[in-house]
Design a protein around this ligand. Structure first.
Ligand code: TYM
Length: 388
């Protein structure tokens, strides 16, 4: 049973390749048929994480899931699970791309589990006429350095680039491809007769890592990737694997608007991990969409609308982890005690602090690069599971 991917109600669209409009996440849960992250689930997580709760869980940024309860059950009952996430490489990673990786690292630290990270240079190449494989391959390398800098455990993390690793995945990929028919993929991804046949086949490649182990797989990602997992869940059991579980995040909004998602192709709407401090400051001060009032007098009188204010939302998503402090900023800003310029300044400082730390770690990524890449263990294990 497939649910159409394109949700175009009240002017918003969420597909793996496009997010536009002000996303109504409640509606998305209904349309996609996922589950809300309930307080019961949070309590269960809290029990196994000894009370520690990632800020993005506390604040409902990771807001939806499929089978997260089964993952926790597998963990508690000793069967374990593994994590899988990925990235379609581009010239530079922006702060939105960090959301799933930061959270995946927290899950790895908390549950001490394997993480598989797929770098889809093939997907990027196939989706964009203007990109060459040489480019997507070079970007892969640069993006992997950023991903390593997030701090994954090198003994339990495998990072692989599709065009390199494909020979090891291919038996699994073709087994999956044989279970998917043209109309399913076409309907799920909104493809048409002019779509190239590579992109039609590609979903089998993104699904394959969910079957790298016989244990249940948990996928942390923004909710745009859900269509792949719907296909996976339709066919996994027929191949002897478990349905993938998922935990979905909302989208960090672009700088210049509170709707859509940050995009690498609109430079002024994104802060890149490589942006120098002055650029970060300039982008935030100049472009960040404000929910504050047009004049200081009006702001003092009416206060800011936090639901559309991008600087506040960025602080809320990742940059201000202290619950008391975000509460204070929210109440001072919405009551008019604080002005937009002050909130933007706090954000610029926080972003620069994080990026400075990130860049320091990234300088050391190259040293440990080979420890994260394919070393034969994974292929051997997979071959055995496919043929067992
Ligand atoms: P990509 O490269 O578009 O995005 C990488 C990851 O970042 C998430 N993401 C965001 N999260 C929060 N706010 C944003 N503004 C934002 N923009 C992007 C995406 O949901 C994704 O998790 N096809 C995938 C690559 C992939 C993958 C996977 C992703 C292959 N296997 C398994 C997740 C899980 C892609 O194009 O991601």
């Amino acid at each position: 049973m497939l649910v159409s991917l394109r949700v175009k109600e009240d002017e918003f669209t969420v597909t793996p390749w496009e997010v536009t409009g002000k996303v109504d996440y409640e509606k998305l849960i209904q349309q996609f048929g996922t589950q809300k992250i309930s307080s019961e689930i949070l309590n269960e997580i809290s029990k196994v994480s000894y009370g520690k709760m990632h800020v993005m869980l506390r604040r409902n940024i990771f807001f939806s899931h499929r089978d997260l309860d089964l993952i926790l059950k597998d963990y508690v009952e000793g069967r374990g699970f593994f994590l899988y996430t990925g990235r379609a490489p581009s010239l530079g990673m922006h702060i939105g791309h960090l959301v799933p990786f930061l959270f995946t690292k927290w899950l790895q630290d908390t549950f001490d589990v394997n993480v598989y990270i797929e770098i889809t240079d093939d997907e990027k190449f196939l989706r964009n006429q203007e990109y060459s494989l040489k480019q997507t391959s070079e970007w892969s390398h640069q993006n992997i350095l950023d991903i390593i800098a997030v701090g994954f455990n090198p003994d339990k993390t495998f990072i692989f680039k599709d065009t390199e690793y494909i020979r090891n995945m291919y038996p699994l990929v073709v087994s999956i491809a044989k279970k998917l028919n043209f109309s399913q993929v076409k309907a799920t991804f909104g493809l048409d007769a002019s779509s190239n046949i590579g992109i039609l086949f590609y979903p089998a490649i993104q699904i394959a890592p969910t079957m790298f182990e016989r244990r249940r797989c948990l996928i942390p990602a923004a909710i745009d990737q859900d269509p792949y997992w719907r296909l996976q869940r339709d066919l996994a059991e027929s191949l002897g694997y478990k349905k993938a579980a998922e935990i979905h995040s909302k989208f960090l909004p672009p700088l210049a608007s509170s709707s859509g998602k940050m995009s690498s192709s609109v430079p002024e709407s994104a802060v890149y991990l490589s942006d120098p401090p002055k650029t970060v400051e300039k982008k935030i001060m100049r472009y960040a969409f404000s929910g504050g009032q047009a004049t200081t007098e009006l702001q003092r009188k009416l206060g800011a609308d936090l639901t559309v204010d991008v600087p506040y939302q960025w602080l809320y998503y990742i940059f201000e982890e202290d619950d008391a402090e975000i509460e204070r900023i929210g109440s001072d800003y919405s009551s008019g005690k604080m002005l937009t310029g002050e909130v933007k300044k706090i954000l610029a400082e926080r972003v620069n602090l994080m990026l400075e730390e990130h860049r320091k770690r990234r300088e050391r990524s190259e040293e440990s690069y080979s420890r994260f890449l394919y070393d034969g263990r994974l292929a051997k294990k997979m071959w055995e599971t496919i043929h067992s």
